[in-house]
Structures are given as C-alpha cells and as structure tokens.
Design a protein around this ligand. Sequence first.
Ligand code: GDP
Ligand code: MG
Length: 767
Amino acid sequence: MKKFALAGNPNSGKTTLFNVLTGSAAHVGNWSGVTVDRKEGVYKKLSEPVTVVDLPGIYSLSPYTPEEVVSRNFILDEKPDCIINIVDATNLERNLYLTTQLIETDVPVAVALNMTDVTEKRGDRIDAAYLESKLGLPVVEISALKGKGIHELMKRALAASKEKRQARTVCGSGVGELIENIRGSLEAKGVSSPLFHAVKIAENDEIDVGAYKDEAKTVGQFKKEFSDDVFGDDFEALIADSRYKYISGELSPALKRGKREKFTPSDKADKVLTHKIFGIPVFLAILFAVFHLTFSEDLFYISAMAKGLPSLDELGLDTGNPGVRLLACLYDGAVFSPGVMLTNLLSLVLDGISGAAGGWLSSSPLWLSGFIVDGVLGGLFAVMGFLPQILTLFLFFSVLEDTGYMARVAFILDRIFRRFGLSGRAFMPMIMGFGCSLPAMINTRTLSDERERTATVRVIPFFSCGAKLPILTAVAGGIVSVFGVGNADVITYGMYLMGICTAIATVLIMRNTTMKGKVPPFIMELPAYHVPRFGSLMVHLWDKTKHFVKKAFTVILASTIIIWFLSSFSWNWQFLPEEIEYGGETVLANLRMNESILGSIGMLIQPLFTPIGFGSQLASAGWVFAVAALTGLVAKENVIATFGALAAFVAGSYIATEDGVAETVAMISATGITIPGLIAFIAFNMTTVPCFAACATAKAELPEGKFRWTLLFWLCTSYTVSCMIYLIGSWWWTSFIFAAVAAAAIVLTVLWNKRIISFGKKRVGEQ
Ligand code: GDP
Ligand code: MG
C-alpha cells in the first residue's frame, strides 16, 4: 500500500486533515506539538487505498527538537510515497519555509494550502497556479475543517507519487556551488536524497556532519578559502536567509491581500485576556469558576449567605423515598455544583448495586460475600466515585483548550514560570495534576526541553490529585472534631498550598542543581479563538480520562483484592472478619485485624514513620497509620478505604461513613496521634511516591534511567516535608535547625554554581 505523510508547521491543521482522511478519532487541539505520537490511518476513496501518517508539527528539518528529528527520520528513512505538505494559508510565508526544505529531498511532495475558508473570509486571494509553477509541485487549496478540496488533494498526491521528482534547492550562487559539489560526491556514493544531505552538511548540521565526514571537510576547506570577505562563516544563517529571500521574492506575489479591518474580534479579546496586568486576574477568576463548578457543594452561595437553608429532612420529606433521594443529589440545604450532582447520582447507583449484591450473596459463605462486596466492589466503586468530578474538570479544561484560551494561559504565565526555570507550557500539566497525575504526566510532552520535562513530571504528584482529596477531608474533619481546633476547609486548602509550595521549592532546587538548563524561548502560535466542536471535545475528554478508567479496572482492582486478602486472613489462613449487628443490620467487620498478615507488616514497618510523627510513638494500635500509608503506595484511594477497614479494629465496632471522618476520629482516639503527626501524615501521602499507575506512567514518560532517581526524589521529598511539619509543629525551636540547614544548602549551591567550590570531579568548561 502506498504511504503518504502529512508534514507541516504546528497548528497548520494536520490532525484535522488526518481525521477527515481516515475518519479516525485523533487528538485535535490548539497546542502546538501535541502530536508527538505517530498516527496512522487509511484513506480509501482513491483507486487504491493509501496509508496516511500524521507527523509531528515542525518549522524545519533541522535536528533541534524531538519533533524535527522524528519527522526528518521518517521522511528520509521510511521514504513515504508522497509528502503532503500542509501550509497554513493565513501564515503563508512562515509556512513555506518548511516547503523549501522538503523540496530538497527526493520524495514527491504535494502542497495543501489549508485554512482557505479563513483567507476567503478575510478577502485574501492566493494564486495556487502561480505557486504551483514556481514550486514545481502540485498545489491544492483545501479547508480541512470544512472538508473542502480534500479529494482533489489526494488525487493530485497520488499522481505525484507516481512520478519521479527532481530535487531542487533555492540556495543561491556561491554556497549553491559548494552544495552542488557535495551533492555530486554523495550521489556517487549512492546516498539517497543527496541534495538534502548536501545542504545540511553545508549548514553544519549535527547529524549529517557526523555521518559524512569527508564532505564536512570539504565545507571546512571552502570556508577557509572564501570565508570572511565573501560569505561570512555562518552558512546556516546564510542558507536560511536565501530561503526567506526566495519566499519573499518569488513566492509571496501569489498572495493578494484583501482590505481588512485592523483588528479581528480575536485580537480585541486578546487585548484583555493576554493583557500584562489584567491577564492573570482574569485567568484566576476563570480557574476559580472551573473548580467551583466542579467541587462546590454550595453553587450559588445560597446557604452561605442565607445561613442555613432547610435541608430536605428539615422540610419534612421522607429521605427513604426514591424520588427524594434523587432530589437530594441536586439539593440538600444548598444547590450543589454539576460535579457534585453527578457524583451524588453515581453513588446512588453504586450503593444500589452494592446493596443488591450483598442481598443476593447473603446465603453464600461469609468469606465469599466479604470478598465480592468489600474486596472487589468496594474498591472499584471507591475509585469510580471520583470519575464524575474528574470528567467535569477535564470537560472544562477541554473547552478552554479547544477555544484557544489555554494557549494564552501558557503565554501569560510564561513570564512568571520563567523565574522558576520553567516555561509557561508547564502550567497545563501541573493544573491537570489536580485531577489525575496520569494524563498530566502525558501532557508534559508539550515541553521540548528534556530536563524541564523531567522536573515537571517529578512535581506533578505534589499537585494533589482527586484521589488524595478524601484523605484531606477525612483527616481534616477528624482533627476538627477530636481536637476542636480550626476549620476543616482551611486545613484542606492549606494542604493544597503546601503541595504547591513543595513543587515550587523542589523545582527551584532541581533547576539549579541536577536539572539545570535554559528554558526554551516561548514560540507558540496563538490560534484565533473559536467555538469548540462537540466531536473534538469528546475526543479530548476521552483522551484524558481513559487512563483513569483503565487504572480503576486494573491496578486498583488488583490492589484492593490483594489488600482485602492480606487484611482478612491471618498467617495460618484463618478468615478474620465476623458478622456483627450494626444499626439493626448484620454486617461483616474485621475486629481482629492485628492478627492479619497486613497487620504484622504494618507493625514491622511502623518504626520507619517515627521521625515523621506516626510511628512507634503511638499507642498499641499505631501501626494502622503505617498500613494506610503503605496501601496508599498502590493507590491513594486505598488510604481512606484502609482507614475504613482498620476503624472496625481500633474502635472495636463497625463504622462506615461517606466521608471517613468518624473512622479517622476512631483512629485518633485509639492511637493518641497528635495534630502535627496527622498533618505530617497528610503531607506524607500527598508528596510521596504516587500510585502504581502514576509510577508506570512516569517511567514511560521520563528519559531512560531517570525513573529510579525520581522514586528516590519522591521518597526524600515526602520524608523531609513531613519530618519538618512534625518536628516544627511539635517543637517550634526545631525550625531554627531546618532554617540553618536550608541556608547552608543555598550557600553551597550558589558557590558550586559560581564554580568557587567543586566536589572532586572537574566541571565542564574548567581548565
Ligand atoms: P496540527 O497541529 O497541525 O495537527 O493542527 P490541528 O489539526 O490540531 O488544527 C489546529 C487548529 O486549526 C484547530 O483548532 C483546527 O480546528 C483548526 N483548523 C484546522 N484546519 C482548519 C481549516 O481548514 N479552517 C479553519 N478555519 N480552521 C482549521
Ligand atoms: Mg496535530
């Protein structure tokens, strides 16, 4: 089957065209460079079916970014039968720069002039026939979005693929002769696309200079003979210059601009939205609205303002009635946000299923119903419970992304992020981290600098994900009700802030020590705003949530089963849970968990947590915190689920609440843990090694060999942070010790960076 490759600048519409051609659902977005993966599909409407490959967006074929290397290698090594070069007609000159490089290869090229619906609206006219004669390539006007000219394009591409095309370059005299010289020598060696390589060697291209040493020498000699006075030394700049000259001199006349208004509506919107001063408050307001719509239990602040609107119960409604229960999902003393409504509705359904399963299994052996209801369904439903809010959050983000606003956010934040050694694009993955680390880590692919990317992946878990929220609310609620201090909301927000501060601090440290590097300059197209399309939104949404769903049905399901098993059986295979009476019902409770396998593991590792406040200093049942933290390594959802299981043991009676507060209260009273210990417990869970699924993602996304160090980084960070919280919270004067250590570390880093000191190894650049 013939193979066609789509090549073009970021945001020129490759993915949109790809989707139209292949009918497949690929990611369509405004982020440049989003198509890092290779996508293939088949176009079936020609006389023969052809494979279409969507290449990553590139501005040139130099090997400076991973996208460029991927595209270049594909074109040179896999030799597609035709390159379909997508050119954004609204940005003709910049886009044709790549075209002048593509024609240097031996591969047939067809040019697709995309976005002609926009140029038409603007009243611009592009003379395709003129371009065609100048470039010597088929040029077809299309609109990928409107599906116009697509078939014509493919027919012309197929015809082009059947003809041999003469490679040509636009480089002028002088250097042109040198290039011709090298081309001859490469051709004699049987190198394919000799002209392309010849130009690259003259440009002093890293890859080709390494591959063709003799020819590179020729360039060196040429420079010695003629340099300085005639051409200067920088052939790369010289060649780039001749490309631009060719474009503006020979190709640009094809474009006849119509009269136009000075500012499009999009430009006007940007005056406010990307404003130096107003941009950030507007963004914060939008962000707040998104989180409010997703998480708020008081959407219109009615109950906060009117102090105590009646709940359904107070209205005298029967809360056992199915209709009333449905209503309670939407309103109960306050109107809930869409995210909370969906969560409530889902939990209504899941409760029903659990109940039905319990009733259905009532005559089966105890261990079997325990296994299915608590082991399998309990764990699975706990995770699925987060799905509505994650979906809502991601839906809002997808809307912001598809309208083109997210690209602006990256732009306005770039100035701030730069101070911490990151680019504005790092923002998007971080904010996604509040939902789930998995898609967030995958989203770091938009960062082109490898070290920046590594640093970003490492701090993503500190942006507390949806699964960590229950830990926060349960423990904060427990603190308020046992010690009678503070406000659960304030503690929760404080812990979110703690995570963000940890991220900032560790990024600063990494970018000044192990992950040093310059932030690449911010080059991203700011696409015109447009109304998002439903299909594209759904594709986006699925792209982001599929990892979470997959995780629920694999890692978490498996881990809850293992944990259930370890906590339900003793070393000599005795099934520990027993049936007890609770609120008029018979329930299964595990009151002898200390005899379980999990219990003995907890007791074994308990001393490890002593320096951070929840280890051996606790009363006899103190190992329960160690167990909860341990199960959290598999999935953070497990922490509170484990609390639930353990509460039965520490309290000596069965407890089951929605929010986990009563369970936490039981654990606090039984173990005598202090407030600093509890806060340290939250901090540890928030900043330590994330769940299995996130670890697997990090391993896949990080460069070779960096994952081990990342694990160590997470362990060290969480231990340090929670140790500080515990020690300073318990004995305030220990803060002086931490301050002294931090000051010493800063001084050492500065001295080391200024090369005033070194630790044995000679540093690069030293004599
Ligand atoms: P890629 O980065 O090259 O893959 O570009 P995308 O396919 O993601 O498209 C970038 C943006 O341009 C998206 O918002 C598309 O909806 C939009 N777009 C693509 N083709 C056209 C077109 O022909 N006309 C218009 N008006 N918009 C287009
Ligand atoms: Mg794309």
